[in-house]
Design a protein around this ligand. Structure first.
Ligand code: NAD
Ligand code: UDP
Length: 341
């Protein structure tokens, strides 16, 4: 019985593939490489020393998707496939609604057709919306008003999955709400390296440290809600996050059916300033920065109440902020080295 990973060549999917293979699971990856590269597949094999099937398939392509289900004995699906750039989603909402929502619906319909009912979904803390003074998000809170089309796709897919479960209680579904994943595999072989100018903090810091960009803009240093005035987030090492998927899968394997929601975060917020200072100190590199105005739509601070995942999944994030900074930088250095060879 295999676990299907749509979008498994991407940042979080590739790290999850490694953890699943290391735990002895059989996996199949499908990806259309819209935001990843074919060499990631080889890197996953290199890290784990294990082989697996890969199909270059788009989740919107029903026929090809059905072929994958036809040819394999699939037990569960962990869906990473989707577009994730917040700014782009504001400019091109239909692209996001089509790829993320239609893609998920076609996938779920295919699963239904082949009687596969275990599904893990990559959701996001963004579904909580702006909650004002409530900065520690707990799963019992209702989903809030999302602030961009990307976030809305996450919220809508959660709702779709609730409806699917309501209509047929045989489904066994886990909604995983990620906080801020950063870092890379300690081998330095897989990680996150967005094309062009990054939007997110860690990839931006990495490009500044690597002198591809000359300085970091820190968006706001006057937030009253944080310890040093810069924004704060629940940064989480991607390997810890990947392990959370293994735990969620084991939960679904244990339970016959159900709909489960988990925050995956460390439960500790760190500020942008702390992240920059830690990156500099840990890696002994310079990261020039300037304070600029707040970024539109940014919340001052939010973080996970991570007690439910600890209690029900026996999962806690173990890696430190130093690990996140060290492994991110190691990934960039390894890439540079490979380019030079
Ligand atoms: P990523 O872009 O690195 O990975 C997504 C993968 O899906 C890519 O390999 C891409 O090529 C593939 N893909 C996209 N559309 C596809 C389609 N129609 N058919 C087949 N493959 C397709 O992103 P990531 O950071 O690994 O995120 C994985 C999931 O987690 C996404 O759904 C994302 O929205 C969600 N998420 C990410 C974060 C984050 O900060 N990285 C936070 C919360 C939630
Ligand atoms: N941030 C920043 N400069 C950047 C990118 C991000 O100061 O170039 C800040 C941002 O304002 C927020 C934090 O870093 O307080 C995390 O931002 P990111 O985009 O990584 O995550 P998100 O806002 O989606 O949680």
């Amino acid at each position: 019985m295999a676990i299907l990973l749509p979008g498994g060549a991407g940042y979080i999917g590739s790290h999850t593939a490694v953890e699943l293979l290391n735990a002895g699971k059989e996996i199949i990856i499908i990806d259309n490489f819209s935001n990843s590269k074919p060499e990631v597949i080889d890197k996953i094999k290199q890290i784990t020393g294990k082989d697996f099937k890969f199909y270059e398939v788009d989740c919107l392509d029903r026929q090809s998707l059905e072929k994958v289900f036809e040819e394999n004995d699939i037990d569960a699906v962990i869906n990473f496939a989707g577009f994730k750039a917040v700014g782009e989603s504001v400019k091109e909402p239909l692209k996001y609604y089509h790829n993320n929502i239609t893609g998920a619906v076609v996938l779920l319909q295919t699963m239904q057709k082949y009687g596969v009912k275990k599904f893990v979904f990559s959701s996001s803390a963004t579904v909580y919306g702006d909650r004002g003074k409530e900065i520690k998000y707990v799963e019992t809170m209702k989903r809030g008003e999302t602030t961009n089309p990307y976030g809305t796709t996450k919220s809508m897919i959660e709702k779709i999955l609730e409806d699917v479960y309501f209509a047929d209680n045989d489904w066994d579904i886990a909604l995983l709400r990620y906080f801020n994943p950063v870092g890379a595999h300690e081998s330095g072989l897989i990680g996150e390296n967005p094309q062009g100018i990054p939007n997110n903090l860690m990839p931006y810091i990495m490009k500044v440290a690597n002198k591809e960009l000359d300085h970091l803009n820190i968006f706001g240093n006057d937030y009253k809600e944080t310890k040093d005035g810069t924004g704060a987030r629940d940064f989480l090492h991607v390997v810890d996050l990947a392990k959370g998927h293994l735990k969620a899968l084991e939960k679904l394997e244990k339970e016959k059916s159900g709909l489960y929601v988990y925050n995956l975060g460390t439960g500790t917020p760190y500020t942008v300033q702390e992240m920059v200072d830690t990156f500099k100190r840990t890696n002994n590199v310079d990261v020039p920065y300037e304070y600029v105005g707040r970024r539109a739509g940014d919340l001052p601070i939010f973080y996970a109440d991570s007690t439910k995942a600890k209690k029900e999944l026996d999962w806690t994030a173990e890696k430190t902020l130093e690990d996140m900074c060290k492994d991110s930088w190691n990934y960039i250095k390894q890439m540079e080295k490979n380019k030079g060879e």
